[in-house]
Write a protein of this length. Structure first.
Length: 272
């Protein structure tokens, strides 16, 4: 069966975080109709991520306006994200693993900032330029699609720091490149330039740096041109497919199509 975490329903939207709250987390949120743009906004730290960043991302997911269909993740300044802010290791909140239950709860809380990006009713795009390291790479992997500038560099840095990637990145990486290549990328912690990322399937589109915004806008426009209900149903099907047998996937297709037929044709019949 598919990973149940990607099937989370959209929560009832609560009060959105205000700009000051997001700024403290190093984030910027802009909503324009059906498109939300989330910017990692600590350019002076190359958008290195903190506990506040991850909690802020989770808050955005919980309060996303219902009209939003596409979410774009990007980074301010020279990089998408340099990954975890190593200054946190000298802070008081960094867990040492001595209390396993408390550490498990903390990591699950931080993972929430990534999990909502898989929800079927939205399509998420990582617009990556410069470095996407560690937690930044995992944030890009949490998105449905990745548009990379030709200067983008991806790296799974955690094993080199004595840690493991724990921000939901191991499953999508393996799903994309397979276990042997994922093992090589993670255990060498090497840099993967944009062109190689495209060959491996990590980046769907590679574009010159000065055309990154244009490429993202074109992709967003194409996504919004598709019926919203059909897009959500198709994303659910594609998410389930890797874990389903052929028979299970055929049954899932039938269920989704019945729902679409009712939506497209049933309303007109009931009105006559």
């Amino acid at each position: 069966m598919s990973d149940a975490r990607v099937q989370q329903p959209r929560p009832e939207p609560a009060a959105p975080p205000d700009a000051a709250e997001l700024a403290e987390a190093g984030l910027l949120l802009e909503v324009d109709g059906a498109v939300a743009t989330v910017t990692l906004n600590r350019p002076e730290r190359r958008n290195a991520m903190t506990f506040a960043t991850w909690r802020g991302l989770a808050r955005i997911g919980r309060t996303l306006p219902p009209q939003v269909r596409v979410v774009v993740l990007r980074g301010a300044g020279p990089s998408f994200s340099a990954g975890i802010d190593l200054a946190m290791f000298s802070g008081g909140e960094q867990p040492d693993g001595s209390d396993a239950e408390a550490t498990d709860r903390l990591i699950a809380e931080l993972q929430e900032g990534y999990l909502w990006l898989r929800r079927p009713e939205i399509v998420t795009i990582a617009a990556v330029h410069g470095h996407a390291i560690g937690g930044g790479f995992q944030l890009a992997l949490a998105c449905d699609l990745r548009v990379a500038a030709d200067d983008a560099v991806f790296c799974m840095k955690e094993p080199a720091l004595g840690l493991v990637p724990d921000l939901t990145g191991t499953k999508p990486l393996v799903d994309i490149v397979g276990v042997p290549r994922a093992l090589e990328l993670c255990l060498t912690a090497r840099n993967v330039p944009a062109e190689e990322a495209a060959r491996l399937g990590i980046a769907e589109i590679v574009t010159p740096r000065d055309r990154l915004d244009e490429a993202v806008r074109g992709l967003v426009d194409s996504l919004l041109a598709v019926n919203a209900g059909a897009a959500a149903a198709t994303k659910r099907l594609l998410q389930q497919a890797p874990g389903n047998t052929l028979q299970e996937q055929c049954a899932a297709e039938r269920r989704e199509q019945i729902g679409r037929l009712r939506e497209v044709f049933g309303a007109g019949r009931s009105a006559t």
